[in-house]
Design a protein around this ligand. Structure first.
Ligand SMILES: Nc1nc2c(ncn2[C@@H]2O[C@H](COP(=O)(O)OP(=O)(O)OP(=O)(O)O)[C@@H](O)[C@H]2O)c(=O)[nH]1
Ligand SMILES: [Mg+2]
Ligand SMILES: [Zn+2]
Length: 306
């Protein structure tokens, strides 16, 4: 009888996948051709079946996914930790809001983490307040000064209990790997410098890797490569029709506008815009909505349809 093992893809480099098998064995294996291309392409986080022995071992099947993201490239994610820093790099609300929208659209829970609070406690609190108003749990931390780390660790443990999977995502240089090292010193992840010229990270983390954390009853946490701005802004991720539902603070107002097909951009008597005027929706969140809406609508073949 052929040897078959089940496990989870925890990393991949150059067509070789690292699989953590039930029982703890780690295998580095190739995948069948149909799992290396197109929509069915293997992702870190996939639950897989490996058959064959040693150098003949190959991933032959993927278990149906609960969800999958292209950026960061991950499957079966339960929770996304969206990281943004107080400075170096300065926060660009639209990129954070886009990540949040991607998570919402894919039914993935989110926590916002404001990093580098040592640079300005005041600015960190302002960012935290913005995302709390939008309806997200927010933690402010400093890996340098070790503040906020215990609180975040306790929350992470809650989120991951029972074998759940989470990931850190955010722009290059916000300090994702530094923070994971602070939380789990055994990981010894490589961290990078900030380019003095452009004030941004240098894409130090190159691949997405899942790490088992918190022992037996814990789960998996991924460090992911930070995105560079251009790359991320061009990335198409849903249709404009989906977008209002991906901004969670819009929810109480959807269906309350004068026009049933209101896009909440220029329309009169729009409940979303009224909430904006009353300060119930943060200005920068609404600006991100309009900007993302414009990008998505221009891409859509049905963009001008009412
Ligand atoms: N002031 C301050 N700087 C920090 C903090 N944490 C990390 N940094 C610095 O930020 C820079 C980038 O840190 P990384 O952890 O490599 O950032 P990253 O988000 O993993 O970056 P990529 O892997 O490129 O996506 C390094 O120079 C760190 O020393 C912090 O709490 N405060
Ligand atoms: Mg990194
Ligand atoms: Zn409206």
């Amino acid at each position: 009888m052929q040897d078959v093992k089940k496990g989870r893809v925890v990393g991949s480099v150059g067509g070789i996948f690292e699989v953590l098998c039930e029982g703890g064995e780690r295998l580095c294996v190739r995948a069948r051709g149909n799992l290396r291309r197109g929509e069915g392409k293997l992702l870190v986080g996939d639950l897989v079946r490996v058959s064959g022995e040693e150098s003949d071992a190959v991933i032959e099947a993927i278990k149906e996914r609960q969800n999958s993201l292209i950026r960061p490239p991950l499957a079966n994610l339960d929770h996304l930790f969206v990281a943004l820093s107080v400075r170096e790099p300065s926060p660009i609300p639209e990129t954070t809001d886009k990540l949040l929208a991607i998570a919402e659209h894919n039914g993935i829970d989110v926590t916002v983490v404001v990093t580098k609070e040592d640079a300005s406690a005041e600015a960190a609190e302002e960012l935290a307040a913005l995302y709390r108003t939008a309806g997200y749990p927010v933690f402010t931390v400093s890996s340098y000064e070790n503040t906020g780390i215990d609180e975040l660790a306790a929350h992470l443990q809650d989120v991951l209990t029972g074998g759940k999977t989470a990931a850190f995502a955010g722009a290059s240089g916000v300090g994702k790997s530094s923070l994971m090292n602070r939380l789990f010193p055994d990981l010894c992840l490589e961290t990078g410098e900030i380019s003095q010229k452009i004030g941004r990270g240098k894409n130090t983390t190159r691949t997405t890797v899942l790490y088992p954390v918190f022992g037996e009853n814990g789960g998996f946490l991924a460090d992911t490569p930070g995105f560079s701005m251009l790359d991320f802004i061009r990335f198409d991720f849903m249709t404009w029709q989906d977008l209002p539902n991906a901004f969670r603070e819009f929810a109480p107002y959807l269906g309350q506008c004068r026009y049933a097909n209101c896009r909440h951009v220029k329309e009169e008597e729009c409940a979303v815009r009224r909430a904006l005027a009353d300060g119930r929706i943060p200005v920068s969140r609404y600006e991100s909505y309009v900007s993302l809406y414009t990008v998505l609508k221009d891409k859509s073949p049905y963009g001008n349809e009412k």
